[in-house]
Design a protein around this ligand. Sequence first.
Ligand code: GLY
Length: 482
Amino acid sequence: MPGHKVLVIDSGGRGNSIAHAFTRSDLVSHVYVAPGNAGSELMERCSLATKDGNPLKSIKDLLSFARENVDLTFVGPEGYLSDGIINAFQAEGLRAVGPVKEAAILEGSKCYTKDLLQSLGVPVPTFANFSDPKEAGEYVRWFCSSNPEKNLVVKADGLAAGKGSVVCSSLEEALSAVERIMVSPRIFGDAGSKVDIEERMEGRELMFFALSDGKTVLPLQSAMDYKQAFAPEETAAIRNFNKVAGNPNLDNNPNTGGMGGFSPHPWLDEELIEKIMDKIAIPTIRGFKEKTGHDYIGIIYFGLMVTPDREPYVLEVNVRMGDPEAEVILPRLKTDMYLLSEALLDGTLDAMKLVWSRDSCIGICAISGRVVKPLSSGGGEVPGYPGAHFTNMPITGLDKVDNDVLVYHNGTAFSSDAQGGRRLFSTGGRVLTLVARGGTLNEARAKAYENIKRIRFSGMRYRRDIGLSYIQEPLEISGGQK
Ligand code: GLY
């Protein structure tokens, strides 16, 4: 049967998992990924979209590829959405899933979104926005002296690859975060010309996803994501990271795009889903339409803190699937991904029923960690992701991973070795996300940690506590911190 052709725009593990979901559709004959990575070439019925042998990156090239080759395009990352890729595709009558540029502001400006949510009565932590670093510093001093038992989170307003929040544990850390984001060295560049400073809430984080076709809002599934680079008890590693990275806050556990996660979230039951839909997801999408006139079409991601009395507060809104959340949610999706995408575009989401596997999926991200180079190779030390890190490290061991375990690639490429064979190399901070499934989180976790030990590259590191505080019987996990 000649099926449909799909283009997935994404360069990371999220893109691998979205492409993988499309390859499982009986309606799809081929999936192209751009810019993609080596993982996109390893899936059946999937390949990189290229021009003259090079991956496609610009909206112009992606448009012209889509016009000639595919029936539907699915856009993963926020950068393309904020740059108006959906608007450009729509202008040519092409079918592309994702929010338009005007709606991508929900992720593109944290200050705008916090103001909007507050005006809509959506629960958010106490916050204040600043474009003047002096005023921001005065607020930090005032807040900390008025609330000595509380702490703050300082967030860059703009896009910062998911790393733009500094979670602080003291007045000094918060002041330093304001300085480093807004003044010098401006660690997130122009994204930090404004900041959203909010009260650090206690509770459990939960990443909640929903679909919207502009009329119907449907809950997708949830995940837990581990944003901080290190487990909290890895104090020596945290201090060393900051020392090498030149961060004066030696005890600050830096945020990353995500170090691993799992789905479903054990805290999310029907009652909490209903509460999140009624208090957060539906009012946000309806309120945004009322205030701006723009429909929200695509996936929306609410980063939530659920307090011990089970009240959800919005920490952030993103206009896409998360990474690594997509890697642990989408393998559980049984509903046809192509039909679901068509329902989003045709405004027929109300007729869709989402079916999920009851399995737990857990994902562990293998990242490019600290490397000390021997003097014979020039010496030097890099702190590792999310700071400076080495790439081009050969990766081995994927062939030793169990057949029922998935490995989605975040930052990899193939290149030729001296013998003319193909070798896999790292190209980024996050390199691979290994995803295992099981009847319980504990079972999935045991399988994931057993398998990730078989993969190797120089500087490889992963967190060993993914899922740990959510299970009954902790595992002994050896290895990992290489
Ligand atoms: N994992 C967090 C994000 O995708 O923003």
